[in-house]
Design a protein around this ligand. Structure first.
Ligand SMILES: *Cc1c(COP(=O)(O)O)cnc(C)c1O
Length: 395
């Protein structure tokens, strides 16, 4: 067994993760296993709500709730008032995207790996406001071609919106190189970082994005039903959210309201407070390990898994990109992805199946319909990869 060198105390990471005793979890791009401190933060707040009342619990937890913004700020390299905490990454992304004004003839640039929900929103806005959606081709490595992007820029481009790490395919798009192009041209840049946050260091200043969306439950290991949006301070005043409530705005006179300052304008009043506190705990927990150490181990484990799969006649690996991350996708040659997922489930191994409508541009271009997705995290071990490969081999 080839050992993956790591700076992380993997034994401690596994001891912190109750699920590790039950399952070999390779669905971290779907929802990672929560570590105990996150679970305790969520259930602790729910217990408090049950005992003293929901509003009263929120009052008591106010410092912990405020800490969530500081924690996300540390994670992304931004200030707390540049962060909105919302229900999920899709809502975060939507609040940014639907705040942008588009007029007939405006161009929206995106990439081959774009996520379905984002592309559906592009299509809706293209239809309703007469904007156009254009897809920057990939380079020879299968990542967005920065040269092609640069050549496409003109004064009608009103948004560059790409996915950093797509739902499938292992790819890491060159987000910072895209940011340099966007900054130089003064074009708003919206980054879907749903699959990269928690898996690798992310610094919004280095990337140069104006807006970034992410979720709690994926590589951050937070609870479900919570996500967040970063919007750069110098940019936020230009954005009028598509929905406003009494939290996002203040009703100042019978016929007047004022939009909240900063990124809080993208939130709404009612929220899953326990999940929000859990998100803060998950961010703190990830920061404790260190995002560079997490990335190094995730990349190494995924590299090991890809190498093993490449030796196996029973499967074909379909990953792209110069830099490959913890998401490994492959198709079995003799069985359907669903049958393989089921066989693995019976052996106590979790993977997911990813289908064309999630990343249609990419999968259509490559003639792929559905694939098995095995996404690793730092708490996975080589032994689990061995088990996965044994089941795939049918032995
Ligand atoms: C999962 C995913 C989303 C959506 O995140 P939710 O929290 O489910 O809304 C957005 N973009 C990408 C690339 C994703 O993989």
């Amino acid at each position: 067994m080839s050992a993956v060198a790591t700076a992380l105390d993997v034994a401690r990471a596994r001891a912190d993760t109750p699920g590790c005793a039950h399952v070999a979890h390779f669905n971290n791009a779907g929802a990672s296993l929560m570590p105990s401190p996150v679970l305790a933060a969520v259930t602790g707040h729910l217990d408090l709500e049950a005992i003293i009342g929901g509003y009263e619990a929120a009052e008591q937890a106010k410092p912990r709730i405020e800490r969530v913004y500081a924690a996300v700020g540390t994670l992304l390299g931004c200030d707390p008032d540049e962060v909105a905490v919302v229900e999920n990454a899709t809502r975060a992304w939507d609040m940014a995207f639907y705040s942008l004004p588009f007029a007939p003839g405006d161009r929206i640039l995106t990439a081959m790996a774009e996520y379905a929900s984002n592309y559906i929103a592009f299509l809706q806005v293209a239809r309703s406001r007469g904007a156009t959606v254009e897809v920057i081709p990939n380079d020879e490595h299968g990542q967005l071609s920065v040269d092609a992007l640069r050549r496409t820029i003109d004064e009608r481009v009103k948004l560059i919106a790409i996915t950093h790490v797509p739902t499938n395919g292992g790819l890491v798009n060159p987000a910072a190189a895209v940011g340099a192009v966007a900054r130089e041209a003064g074009i708003p840049y919206l980054l879907d970082a749903c699959q990269s946050v928690g898996q690798m260091p992310i610094d919004v200043g280095e990337i140069g994005c104006d807006m970034l969306s992410a979720t709690g439950r994926k590589f951050l290991r937070g609870p479900r039903g919570v996500g967040f949006l970063y919007v750069r301070r110098g940019f936020v005043d230009r954005l009028e959210p598509p929905f406003l409530d009494l939290h996002a705005a203040r009703w100042t006179a019978r016929d007047a309201f004022e939009i909240a300052p900063g990124a809080r304008r993208f939130e709404n009043w009612e929220s899953n407070v326990a999940a929000k506190i859990g998100l803060g705990a998950a961010v703190d927990y990830a920061l404790d390990w260190g995002l560079a150490a997490i990335r190094d181990r995730v990349y190494a484990l995924a590299g090991l898994l890809r190498a093993r799969l490449a030796e196996m006649p029973a499967v074909a690996v379909h990953d792209l990109g110069l830099e490959k991350c913890g998401i490994v996708t492959f198709s079995p040659r003799q069985a359907t992805p669903d049958a393989v997922k089921q066989r693995l489930r019976e052996a106590g191994i979790n993977v997911s199946v990813t289908r064309r409508p999630s990343t249609r541009l990419d999968m259509e271009a490559r003639g792929l319909d559905e694939m098995v997705r095995a996404s690793v995290h730092y708490y996975n071990i080589e032994d689990e990869i061995d088990r996965l490969c044994r089941v795939l081999r049918g032995s």
